[in-house]
Design a protein around this ligand. Structure first.
Ligand code: INI
Length: 156
């Protein structure tokens, strides 16, 4: 059986953007740090990494669409933090962000990852932003690094 699987390596030429929904920035800034750290530690060139900031998770897919349409990026890592409150707003924002990211990613066929946290409590978000449960921004960056290599292996 021929197993085709992406490796975790960058050659330094890849142009990558992180899109960060700033809402709950105490959390999302940590996700950006995790993503940046993963990019650099896997061989990325700091000059080829852009950070695009948008107001909240709802706006992430809109910036993603523009960024991919520009043709400037090989892959994009999305981060944000939607934390459940007392209103149904959480469900609308988290659903739209997730659906929007997937829809735009499919349209352009370039690696895109979803590092937007959707948690019931701020404690759960903190746990996923560089403490007990790791850093989901770092995981999201590692995902696009693997997918970039997989697509190259597949001849795309
Ligand atoms: N945006 C978030 O990223 N996280 C949240 O938890 C959140 N809450 O709870 O409201 C949130 N709202 C803002 C939203 O993303 C948009 O920026 C806003 O609705 C304007 O379009």
């Amino acid at each position: 059986m021929n197993v085709i699987e992406g490796k975790l390596r960058l050659n330094g030429d890849e142009k990558i953007a992180i899109i960060n929904g700033r809402f709950n920035h105490i959390i999302t800034d940590r996700l950006v740090e995790g993503a940046q750290d993963a990019f650099l530690r896997h061989g990325g060139n700091a000059d080829n990494l852009d950070l695009l900031l948008v107001p909240g998770a709802f706006e992430v897919p809109f910036a993603l669409e523009k960024a991919l349409a520009s043709g400037k990026y090989d892959a994009i890592c999305c981060v944000g933090a939607v934390i459940r409150g007392a209103t149904p707003h959480f469900d609308y924002i988290s659903a739209e962000a997730t659906k929007g990211i997937a829809t735009v990613a499919l349209k352009y066929g370039k690696p895109v990852s979803n590092g937007v946290l959707t948690t019931d409590t701020i404690e759960q978000a903190i746990e996923r932003a560089g403490s007990k449960v790791g850093n989901k921004g770092s995981e999201a960056m590692i995902t696009i690094i693997e997918m970039l290599d997989l697509y190259a292996e597949m001849g795309n």
